[in-house]
Design a protein. Structure first.
Length: 73
């Protein structure tokens, strides 16, 4: 493989990464925001987790919130 081919492959790889990296980081930021929101909401709804039933309720509240946000719990 000659130098021009290697440079072309490297340039295409760089372009690919530059194209898709911002999209991935925006998706990560949206997921992070949803996680934070849903954790806070679940803790507010079910603050006392010394009762085992409340822990389950908190988990259910978190999952419902994440699904409402369009995220995988």
């Amino acid at each position: 493989m000659n130098t021009v081919s290697k440079l072309a492959i490297a340039a295409m790889a760089g372009l690919f990464v530059a194209t898709f990296a911002p999209q991935a980081s925006a998706q990560d930021a949206a997921r992070d925001a949803a996680i934070h929101k849903c954790i806070m909401q679940a803790q507010t709804q079910w603050p006392d987790i010394s009762n085992p039933g409340n822990q389950r309720n908190r988990t259910d509240a978190y999952r419902s919130c994440m699904q409402a946000e369009g995220q995988r719990p």
